[in-house]
Design a protein around this ligand. Sequence first.
Ligand code: GLU
Length: 281
Amino acid sequence: MPPIATRFAPSPTGYLHLGHVFAAKVARDLARDHSGTFLLRFEDIDHTRVREEYYAAIEEDLAWLGLEWPGPSLRQSDRAQAYAGALESLREAGVVYPCFCTRREIEEEVSSMSRAPHGPEGALYPGTCRHLTDDEQERRIRSGRQPAWRLDVAKAAEITGSLAFTDMIHGKQAVDPALLGDVVLARKDIGTSYHLAVVVDDAFQDITHVTRGEDLLPSTHIHRQLQAILELPEPTYLHHRLVTDENGVRLAKRHDALSVRQLREGGSSPDQILGMLEARA
Ligand code: GLU
């Protein structure tokens, strides 16, 4: 196998908890077992949720656990230009459109439809702005309304034809372009989104194996479409299970999620923490 590269991509919105440690370890172990590289990237595009102290705390906890990466870590907040460039390419390819809807308008539209389309995460965008004329788009932009940009998944699928991805746990998966509907690729307020940023950065960091929680499996259908249109390499995927507590509640969803900080202050050693994961995973 040629050299592989994996990454761990936490958001600096809190301390590292056991669920994160599991994700980091999956990525680190895969790289280590193939003499590859394990990289760190901060998903910090949503500046309203990020706090400066968490970057250093996450790095410190990872290093303390022995989950080391060759620095420096990448910050998505430094990459706005790269995301803007990718969005421009998607615009040129004709696969994105501006969306002026507010959240409330979308909710109202969905509840007025007798058969609103649904996906694994709930109601999908009903397509309200998909067919606005160029004139109407311009008129709204000129009137000062800042749009979000959505992927037109049907148009994207026309260009890409059928796609698939390989997951080391779940096997080969056919891409279902309609699964998440016309997702937002550039939010009004931050000019990008998780989907756009992760695809651009995985290519930028030459990530060959994307490991992450299985809650993100549906997102990979979108990511493959974006990679195909942006002509980016296709990584191999590994969507791992999520660590839960004794009641089956995802650790990340618990407000008191066991943080490495707390465990460390309570006297746990790195080996004990990594051992706890083995018991829970
Ligand atoms: N920040 C995401 C998470 O912690 C990672 C997403 C990804 O790896 O693509 O779940």
